[in-house]
Write a protein that binds this ligand. Sequence first.
Ligand code: PPS
Length: 562
Amino acid sequence: MEPIKDLYLPEGEKSTAQAEAKALRSWDLTERQVCDVELLLNGGFAPLTGFLGKADYASVVNDMRLADGTLWPMPITLDVSEEFAGQTGQGETIALRDQEGVLIALLDVADIYEPDKAQEAEKVFGTNDQSHPSVHYLHNVAGSHYLGGALRGVEAPVHYDFAQHRNTPAELRALFAKWGWYKVIGFHTRAPLFNAQRDIILNAAKKVQANVLLQPAVGMTEPGDIDHFTRMQCYSAMLENLSDQTSFLSLSPLAMRLAGPREAVWHALVHRNFGCTHFLVGADHGAPRPADGAEPHYAPYAAHELLARLAPELGIEIVTTERLVYSEQRAQYLPQNEMPQGETGQDIAFSELRRRLQEGLDIPDWFSPSEIIELLRRKYPPRHEQGFTVFFTGLSGSGKSTVANALRVKLMEMGDRPVTLLDGDVVRKNLSSELTFSKEHRDLNIMRLGFVAAEITKNGGIAICAPIAPYTATRRKVRDLIEPLGTFVEVHVSTPIEVCEERDRKGLYAKARAGLIKGFTGIDDPYEEPASPELRIDTVKISPDEAAHQALLRLESLGLIR
Ligand code: PPS
């Protein structure tokens, strides 16, 4: 095995680089770029020596090769804003810093270019459809321009979590040499290991007589994946099922791209760099989960075919494995095509697992050791134990505060979760006192309210919000903020403007009509009605108490209370 080259400056030159960086312009690395830089610097992405320049980028996108013909399937690029690219000159050195401002590396900019993102998506991901999470990222999150050039490493990105389980390629290679592990099979994963994965790993290790390196990706994985803190607890539990004489766990800061077959080739090269001699590739390696009812993004076993074609160039042996399913008759996992006649094998897909966790349903022992399911149940309690946000929206005077308060009291009466009411007026007074009612300020106000609601939801509480929140796009943003953390229930209090104006409890409509208040919602500022809220309440027809009861019933039907 050739020694691995990292891109760090010699110790003696780091302080000079620190001093040099003070006079340089800085680029604050995004979460994904921090992951990429770490693996570039420590040699995980060897033979890359920095972010791809224009010629290498074009060649990687089109042919999975660097411009000199070396196999490399993934464009590792430094995306920046148009503005930053415009200020940058070819030949300039830029300081790359993490979010705290720590200097990670110097980039000697050789190329500044604007990619054709649709083409990149088609070639790398096989689609320009934004339902693919990385295509969505490419078009909506990544900057418009790329900077290419060599890196000079100063400091590895800091990790406060699981430091004892993180290793560089050089460290892992040294450990394998010390332990006499001359054959090591790498296993990449972004999910907890259950019984099927345990059998897949053990079968493959036996087949090639190798030790096992479990390398869970903890950089960025697919949105909706189980967080790596929970996964680490699950891995530790599973490791007790795998002997530590034969297996080793090391976390990978890889930011996955979920590019299916290309992803598998990329992972194989990275595992080679980390000292593995073999790499295990399953049926749908590195693919995003298809949405409910949608076709998978990549054909099953497409990765196996591509890897077989590239085998002579990989520098690591590929061990492929079929999908395993559980046979009740045999009381064991079998490859799908070896199932006894007349028996359909069983499996529990990730979405089904999520549903069972969410609804507190049974998960059988054949699927997983029970202690792993217990860990997941603790971290992902059923809906009626999770946090959620009820977001009332409606005109001033529509009655949303009254209904929201009645709902708060009813939920507090139940007493199982803390309840917080974030009423429009209260938020304006405490969080947004300096804001006006301009569109920009209203948006800022609602995003602040959404941030607080998201924190409450994340920590298992109930947030009841009751602002006007007149704009659809802003309400959507709050929903997007909260939904990864818990349920978001939008309640439109649809009391018509004539009724609100007639009530005019605060006398504001009269003032707005008289022109004393400008930009009043419903008078001379728009209110965009929610198209499909979880619940619509018209307070003309029912009392606040009845309205709160309707909301309670809706929460019950969503499984949020019982
Ligand atoms: S927004 O649009 O969501 O930021 O509004 P919100 O924070 O809920 O604040 C609404 C309360 O502010 C008072 N108020 C106004 N409302 C609408 N437009 C204008 N120009 C305005 N100026 C002051 C009004 O009392 C609202 O309270 P509610 O409880 O909704 O009647």
